[in-house]
Design a protein around this ligand. Structure first.
Ligand SMILES: Cc1cc2nc3c(=O)[nH]c(=O)nc-3n(C[C@H](O)[C@H](O)[C@H](O)COP(=O)(O)OP(=O)(O)OC[C@H]3O[C@@H](n4cnc5c(N)ncnc54)[C@H](O)[C@@H]3O)c2cc1C
Length: 390
C-alpha cells in the first residue's frame, strides 16, 4: 500500500478500495439482502461478482494472483460489505480464513495448487472447520482425529465439526484434528490442520442450521467418517495446529469487528433517514431532542468502534503483538452493533419490528458478532490478560 496516512485516516488506495466496495454493496448486495434472508439462500451471483472484483483473493498474496491486502484494507472491505449484507461479508471472511491458512502455513506446492483458483474465481469456496459440538470456546477439547496410514501415506479423518460457515457450498475445508499417533494418546499437542476438498469420500455435510439472523449464510455441521486425505494435504506439523488456528482467528477477529461496525453504520443510516421522514406531533421525529440524542450516541458508538478497529490494524501492520487490540475491537464493535441496531429499531417504532424495514434484519444479524470467532467473554479474557501483562 502506498500513499500518505495520518492517524486513523486511510491512504488514497485504501479509500479507493473502500469506495469501490461501498458502491458495490449499495448497488448489488444490499438489494438482495432481504430476500436472501427470507429464503435462507446464499446469493451465489453476488459471490461471483465479488470474485470478479478480486475480493475472493483479498488476503491471498499477489504472487498467487490475489489482492495481498493489508489489515486496514481487509477491515474497510469487511465494513463496507457488511453494510450491504453481513451474511455475504461473513462468507467472504471465512473464505479468507481458509486462504490465509494456506498462504501462511502451506508449502509452495500447496499454495500453487489452491490459491490462484480460490483468489480468481472464489472457488472452491473456503471453510474453516475448528468448532465441534462439544468444543467451542475451548477448541483444544476437540475430538476429531487423523490417523496416519504409512502404507498409503494418507490420514483418515474421523469426527464431527459444527457451525461451519459455507458448509453447504461445496468447497474446500481447513480441518483441525488431533493426529492419532499409535505411539501416544491423542492430545492437544497433536493438533494439526488439513486441506480437505468437500467431494472427498467420507466428507459428509450435515443439517443446515436454522438461525436467528445471518440467515442467508450457510451454517452446517460436517462429519468425517474415515475421510482419507493424502499426507501432502497436511498444512502444519502435528502440535502446531492450535496456535496456527489462534493466529488465523486473531487476524479474522479484526474482520468481524469491522463487519460489526458496518452493521452498526447501516442501522445508524437507516435510523437517520427514517427519523427525517417520520412525522409525529406535526414535526419530523428527527426534531425531537430525545431522538437526536439517540442518534448522537449511536454515531459516537460507531466512531469509537471504528477507531478501535483501525488501531488493531495499525498494530498488526507495524508488526506489534495485536492480540489484545483485536479483542478490544471485536468486543466493543460487536457491543456497538447490538446497541445501535437496538436503538435503530426503537427509532422506527412499530415499523422497526417488521420485515418491511432493514433494521429488523440488522438487529437479528448483529447478535452473531458477539458470538463467532470468539465470544465476548473470551475477548474479555484476552483483554484482561493484557491488563495484567500475562
Ligand atoms: C452462525 C455461526 C457461524 C459460525 N461459523 C463457524 C465457522 O465457520 N467455523 C468454526 O469453526 N466455528 C464457527 N462458529 C462457531 C463459533 O465460533 C462458536 O459458536 C463460538 O466460538 C462459541 O462456542 P460455543 O457455541 O460452543 O459456545 P460455548 O463455548 O459452549 O460457550 C457458551 C457460553 O459460555 C461462555 N464461556 C465459555 N467458556 C468460557 C470461559 N472460559 N470464560 C468465560 N465464559 C466462557 C461463552 O462465552 C458463552 O457465553 C460459528 C457459529 C455460529 C453461530
Amino acid at each position: 500500500m502506498t500513499g500518505a496516512r495520518v492517524g486513523s485516516a486511510l491512504t488514497d488506495e485504501q479509500q479507493a478500495v473502500r469506495d469501490l466496495v461501498a458502491e458495490f454493496a449499495a448497488e448489488e448486495v444490499r438489494p438482495t439482502a432481504a430476500e436472501a434472508d427470507e429464503t435462507e439462500t446464499f446469493p451465489e451471483d453476488v459471490w461471483d461478482e465479488l470474485a470478479e472484483l478480486g475480493l475472493t483473493g483479498l488476503t491471498v498474496p499477489e504472487e498467487y494472483g490475489g489482492f495481498g491486502a493489508d489489515e486496514t484494507t481487509y477491515a474497510v472491505v469487511n465494513e463496507a460489505l457488511a453494510h450491504g449484507s453481513l451474511a455475504v461479508a461473513t462468507a467472504l471472511s471465512v473464505h479468507c480464513l481458509a486462504t490465509s491458512c494456506i498462504a501462511e502455513f502451506g508449502t509452495d506446492e500447496q499454495r500453487e495448487a489452491w490459491l490462484p483458483e480460490m483468489a480468481e474465481t472464489g472457488r472452491p469456496v473456503g471453510m474453516f472447520c475448528l468448532s465441534e459440538p462439544h468444543a467451542g470456546s475451548n477448541p483444544a477439547e476437540m475430538s476429531t482425529t487423523a490417523t496416519y496410514d504409512p502404507e498409503t501415506d494418507e490420514y483418515a479423518l474421523n469426527g464431527e465439526k459444527q457451525w461451519i460457515t459455507n458448509g453447504n457450498r461445496g468447497g474446500v475445508a481447513i480441518v483441525f484434528a488431533k493426529v492419532d499417533d499409535p505411539d501416544r494418546e491423542p492430545d492437544d499437542d497433536a493438533i494439526t490442520q488439513f486441506l480437505v476438498p468437500a467431494d472427498t469420500d467420507g466428507f459428509e455435510v450435515g443439517k443446515k442450521e436454522e438461525k436467528l439472523g445471518l440467515r442467508a449464510s450457510d451454517t452446517t455441521g460436517i462429519s468425517f467418517d474415515g475421510c482419507r486425505v493424502p499426507a501432502e494435504n497436511r498444512l502444519t506439523e502435528p502440535g502446531k495446529g492450535l496456535s496456527a488456528a489462534f493466529r488465523t482467528l486473531t487476524e479474522g477477529r479484526i474482520g468481524i469487528a469491522a463487519q460489526a461496525v458496518g452493521v452498526a453504520q447501516a442501522a445508524l443510516d437507516e435510523a437517520k433517514s427514517y427519523a427525517t421522514e417520520r412525522e409525529q406531533f406535526d414535526r419530523p421525529i428527527a426534531d425531537i431532542q430525545t431522538i437526536r440524542h439517540k442518534l448522537a450516541e449511536m454515531a459516537t458508538d460507531v466512531s469509537a468502534a471504528r477507531l478501535l478497529v483501525r488501531e488493531a490494524c495499525r498494530q498488526a501492520e507495524a508488526g506489534e503483538d495485536y492480540r489484545v487490540a483485536a479483542s478490544k475491537a471485536k468486543y466493543r464493535a460487536s457491543e456497538a452493533a447490538m446497541s445501535v441496531t437496538n436503538e435503530a429499531v426503537q427509532i422506527h417504532g412499530g415499523y422497526g419490528y417488521t420485515t418491511e424495514f432493514d433494521v429488523e434484519r440488522l438487529y437479528r444479524d448483529a447478535k452473531i458478532t458477539e458470538i463467532y470467532e470468539g465470544t465476548t467473554e473470551i475477548q474479555k479474557t484476552i483483554i484482561a490478560r493484557g491488563v495484567f501483562g500475562e
